[in-house]
Design a protein around this ligand. Structure first.
Ligand SMILES: Cc1cc2nc3c(=O)[nH]c(=O)nc-3n(C[C@H](O)[C@H](O)[C@H](O)COP(=O)(O)OP(=O)(O)OC[C@H]3O[C@@H](n4cnc5c(N)ncnc54)[C@H](O)[C@@H]3O)c2cc1C
Length: 480
């Protein structure tokens, strides 16, 4: 039987993971002949770790997902450094920028998203690419360009006070740059934080050396001079890092007549309006899923690999409850679910506590006795307990305030001192949705070190935040 021709457009975090998952299920390629087309010249890398690379806490080799031999060793045809330019649905083929074409039985769009340049005069050159001294923050090449341009002590302006802008700002401040964040909204991270949360965060980052111009827009960029703001003031900058939002890459789908809204519309089988074309990751729009995060992209890759290899035709993607964390040294911030619900909202139980001087802010939104949302800044104990309750959808303890203070001891969900006390269903690795139970099972199957547990379960291979927790579980299981 001829293997099914599957073509994946995009060799980013979703496309690379899908290729891995297909080969896990079909190692010798008898069911699926796989071609991956990637616009970037690099082999797959972990985009989530670019913030750590920028901050200097990680080396470039550590962000690699696949080495140069990966595709050859796994029987995958890889077309690197060449974008797909057109999907010809009647002929079932994709045209590439080098004039070649690839036929498909099933096509997967995994083209991710791209930064949206804000409407600031002078940011773009005549050809539409960033002007001299201006860099977006999305790719490995962007990251390398920023590090080239950001000499120690040099003033840097960051346009955008969202998650990525702040990670870049904190990273560069930690490297010795004088960083000013210009954010047109009145408080930081307005998609994940309410006004008070944003205010406490600005204070905390301010103490770490980052300056802010909030509620003001950049109006004009002058190379060598910096940014002119719309109140007439000036921000000195040798380098401007732009992180003012991203847009799903939907043009291939839209031009091929596939239904598109903010992203390419998909159902629970990750099918677009054309049943032979699927979409996953940042470019896809699934009802009820927050896009722009890696955890949904990787869960979608698993479901689609089940479907495309025929491993489980019943596999469906039903959405992912996501936890957003700021990866900035000395700042502990998590935001989950409907974090923006106001304390005055009578339809929910909402508690909040603010301790700006100590950089702490906690907010808890409860519906039907379950965590519906939270903001947890500077309260790691509460964050550990509350994010677990949220992930597992279990009832919260009666004493809500104790929970917010990180002192609650609900059965099976407490902040724990030893992995022994952690419930089996507790999610240890958020990015890969790996529970303690799964790690224990992998350990018993012979994966006894952190690298072995990572290979067996993928825990630690996303943002890497859980590496210590996985080590503790391995230590706990290892006899003295
Ligand atoms: C600095 C940074 C930090 C982040 N931190 C976090 C975090 O802590 N937690 C989290 O959950 N998420 C984080 N994210 C978001 C996360 O990286 C994305 O959600 C994830 O990369 C989505 O995967 P994707 O494959 O859909 O898109 P991408 O990883 O962007 O990959 C898409 C790929 O498709 C390629 N492509 C586009 N068009 C074409 C074409 N026509 N032909 C061929 N190839 C094409 C692109 O060049 C790219 O290589 C971060 C992102 C950045 C930039």
């Amino acid at each position: 039987m001829r293997p099914r021709q599957v073509v994946v457009l995009g060799y980013g975090m979703a496309g690379a993971r899908l290729a891995e998952e297909i080969r896990r299920r079909d190692p010798d390629g008898t069911r699926v002949a796989l071609t991956v087309v990637g616009e970037e010249p690099h082999h797959a890398y972990n985009r989530v770790l670019l913030s750590a690379l920028l901050a200097g806490t990680m080396r470039p080799e550590a962000v690699r997902m696949h080495d140069e031999d990966w595709a050859g060793e796994h029987g995958v045809t890889l077309r690197l450094g060449v974008p797909a330019t057109r999907v010809d649905r009647p002929a079932r083929r994709v045209e590439l920028a080098d004039g070649s074409a690839v036929g498909y039985d099933s096509l997967v769009l995994a083209t991710g998203s791209k930064p949206v340049p804000p409407p600031v005069e002078g940011l773009l050159g005549e050809d539409g690419s960033p002007a001299e001294g201006v860099v977006a923050f999305r790719s490995l090449d962007d990251c390398e360009r920023i590090l080239d341009l950001a000499q120690v002590g040099a003033p840097v302006a960051v346009i955008g006070g969202g998650l990525l802008g702040l990670e870049a700002a904190r990273g560069l401040a930690g490297r010795g740059n004088l960083v000013t964040v210009v954010h047109q909204v009145g408080h930081l991270m307005e998609r994940q934080l309410d006004h008070e949360g944003g205010r406490v965060l600005a204070r905390t980052l301010g103490e770490l050396g980052v300056e802010f111009r909030l509620g003001i827009s950049a109006a004009r960029y002058q190379p060598g001079d910096g940014l002119k703001l719309d109140d007439g003031s000036q921000v000195e900058a040798d380098l401007v890092v732009v992180s003012a939002g991203v847009r799903a890459q939907t043009s291939l789908a839209a031009e091929a007549g596939i239904d598109v809204d903010r992203g390419v519309l998909v159902d629970d089988a990750l099918r677009t309006s054309d049943g032979r074309v699927h979409a996953i990751g940042d470019c896809a729009q699934h009802p009820g899923t927050v896009s722009g995060l890696v955890q949904p992209a990787w869960e979608q890759a698993e479901v689609l690999a089940d479907l495309l290899t025929g491993t489980s035709t019943a596999a469906r993607y039903r959405g992912t409850p996501v936890v957003t964390r700021l990866k900035a040294r000395d700042v502990d911030l998590a935001s989950v679910g409907e974090a923006l619900t106001e304390v005055t909202d009578d339809t929910a139980e909402v508690l909040s506590l603010s301790d700006p001087r100590r950089g702490r802010y906690g907010k808890l939104v409860i519906r039907d006795d379950r965590v519906a949302g939270a903001i947890l800044l500077g309260c790691p104990d509460a964050a550990a307990t509350i994010t677990q309750l949220y992930d597992r959808g279990v009832p919260v303890p009666e004493d809500r305030l104790a929970l917010l203070l990180g002192r609650a001891m609900p059965s099976g969900a407490e902040a724990v001192d030893s992995p022994a006390e952690l419930p089996s269903a507790a999610k240890v690795c958020q990015c890969n949705s790996v529970t303690k139970g799964r790690l224990v099972e992998a350990y018993r199957d012979g994966a006894t070190t952190v690298p072995e547990l990572a290979t067996a379960t993928r825990a630690t291979t996303g943002c890497g935040d859980c590496a210590n927790a996985v080590q503790e579980i391995a230590n706990w299981l290892t006899p003295e």
